[in-house]
Design a protein around this ligand. Structure first.
Ligand code: BGC
Length: 350
C-alpha cells in the first residue's frame, strides 16, 4: 500500500512509499484512510526539525490528523465495519508515569510518551492503518467529512478545559473577553469555542480582508488587524496564543486583565531572544494574579469535548476551514503553505 514517509532529522526527505500492510500488533481495528489533515507539526518534521522514527526503523509514516472507515473490527471491540473513526495521537509512556497511568497521557511527566506520526510510532498517512480500540474515537456520521477536524479540535478543547480549570482557582472569576491571536485552524477553532461559551471574542490577524476575516466576521467575533502591542487597552480575561510567532508570544505576556489567563498553544522554534522588562512583567502578573501556561496534545475526554463542539457548530462555517483537498498522488500540494490556506487535507477518496 502507499504511505507518506519521512526520514526524521533529514530535511525534505518526504516521499510517497510502498510499505507493507500494517501489522496486527498496531491494533485490532483495521481502518481505511479517508482523509489526512496536514499541520505545522508535519511541516516541521518534513523540515527535519522534529519527529522520530519507530525504534529500529529509519523512516516514519507521517500523519496524525486522521479520519477513516473501519474495515475490520473484532467482536466485542465496540466497533464495526463501516464506523467512521479518528485515531488518538498519543500513547502512554511504558513506565507509566502517574499521568499516563490514569489516562492523562497529554500530561505525561517523563517525556517517554509516543505519538502516531510524530514520535516513535507510525502515523496515519497510509491507505490503511491500525488502531487499538481504546485509542479510536467513533465520529458521529452527522459530521461527515468534517471528522478530519476532530484532532485539531481536541487540542483546542484541551486548551479551553485547562483555561477553565485554572479559572476555577477563583470562585468569582467570570471571564467576559477572550483574545485569540492567530487564524490558523487552532486559532479559528479556539475563537469558535469562545463564541460557544458566549464570550466576547476578539481575533488578531494581520490581514484586514480575505477569507479569514470573513470567517471571523461570520462567527460574530471582532477582528483586529493591528500589532498586538496596540491592544493594551483591551484587557482580555483570556488570551489564547496560536500564531507561533515569538514576537506575538512576547507581546501577549502580561496583556490580560487582573486574574487573567494566557494560554500558549504553539510549538515555536528555539533561538529567539527578546528583551522584556521582567521586573515590570513579574510585578503586573503578581499583583494581578495572572497565569501563563502552555498546553499540548489531548486525552480521550478532550476528543469527546471536541466532538460535541463540532456537532454544535455551523457545519458550513467549519467546512470553510478546509481550504484545500488533494489526492494522495499530489501530497506535495497539501504540504505547501500558501497565502490564505487554513487547513489542507489529503483526501484518499479522490
Ligand atoms: C499534535 C499533538 C502533539 C503535538 C506535539 C501537535 O501537532 O496535534 O497531538 O502532541 O503536535 O508533538
Amino acid at each position: 500500500m502507499h504511505a507518506l514517509t519521512v526520514l526524521p532529522g533529514v530535511a525534505n526527505s518526504a516521499r510517497l512509499d510502498e510499505v507493507p500492510e500494517p501489522p496486527p500488533e498496531q491494533g485490532a481495528l483495521l481502518v481505511r484512510a479517508l482523509a489526512l489533515g496536514v499541520c505545522g507539526t508535519d511541516r516541521e518534521i518534513i523540515a527535519g526539525e522534529y519527529g522520530a522514527a519507530p525504534p529500529g526503523e529509519e523512516r516514519l509514516i507521517l500523519g496524525h490528523e486522521s479520519f477513516g472507515e473501519v474495515e475490520e473490527a473484532p467482536r466485542g471491540s465496540g466497533f464495526k465495519p463501516g464506523d467512521r473513526v479518528v485515531g488518538i495521537v498519543r500513547r502512554p509512556d511504558p513506565v507509566p508515569c502517574p499521568a499516563c497511568a490514569s489516562g492523562n497521557w497529554d500530561m505525561c511527566r517523563n517525556g517517554r510518551y509516543t505519538e502516531r506520526g510524530i514520535k516513535e510510532l507510525h502515523g496515519f498517512g497510509a491507505e490503511r492503518f491500525r488502531l487499538e480500540p481504546d485509542f479510536a474515537i467513533r465520529v458521529d456520521p452527522a459530521l461527515g467529512a468534517l471528522g478530519i477536524l476532530l484532532e485539531p479540535a481536541s487540542i483546542v478543547a484541551k486548551a479551553w478545559d485547562h483555561i477553565e480549570r485554572i479559572g476555577r482557582r477563583s470562585p468569582s472569576w467570570l471571564p467576559r473577553k477572550v483574545l485569540v491571536t492567530g487564524t490558523g485552524p487552532i486559532g479559528l477553532l479556539a475563537a469558535m469555542m469562545g463564541m460557544q461559551r458566549r464570550l466576547e471574542v476578539h481575533v488578531l490577524d494581520r490581514h484586514k480582508s480575505g477569507p479569514k476575516s470573513a470567517l471571523i466576521a461570520d462567527l460574530g467575533a471582532k477582528h483586529h488587524a493591528i500589532p498586538v502591542g496596540e491592544l493594551a487597552d483591551l484587557a482580555p480575561d483570556i488570551v489564547i496564543e496560536c500564531t507561533g510567532s515569538w514576537q506575538v508570544v512576547r507581546d501577549v505576556l502580561g496583556l490580560t486583565a487582573p486574574d487573567g489567563i494566557v494560554c500558549l498553544t504553539s510549538v515555536t522554534a528555539p533561538g529567539h531572544k527578546a528583551e522584556i522588562d521582567i521586573g515590570g512583567l513579574n510585578r503586573k502578573m503578581v499583583l494581578g494574579n495572572e497565569a501563563v501556561f502552555g498546553t499540548v496534545n489531548a486525552n480521550r475526554g478532550h476528543y469527546q469535548m471536541a466532538a460535541e463542539a463540532l456537532i454544535r457548530a455551523d457545519s458550513k462555517w467549519l467546512s470553510r476551514l478546509i481550504t484545500r483537498r488533494v489526492p494522495l498522488a499530489n501530497w506535495q500540494d497539501a504540504l505547501d503553505h500558501r497565502p490564505g490556506d487554513i487547513k489542507s487535507v489529503i483526501d484518499f477518496t479522490l
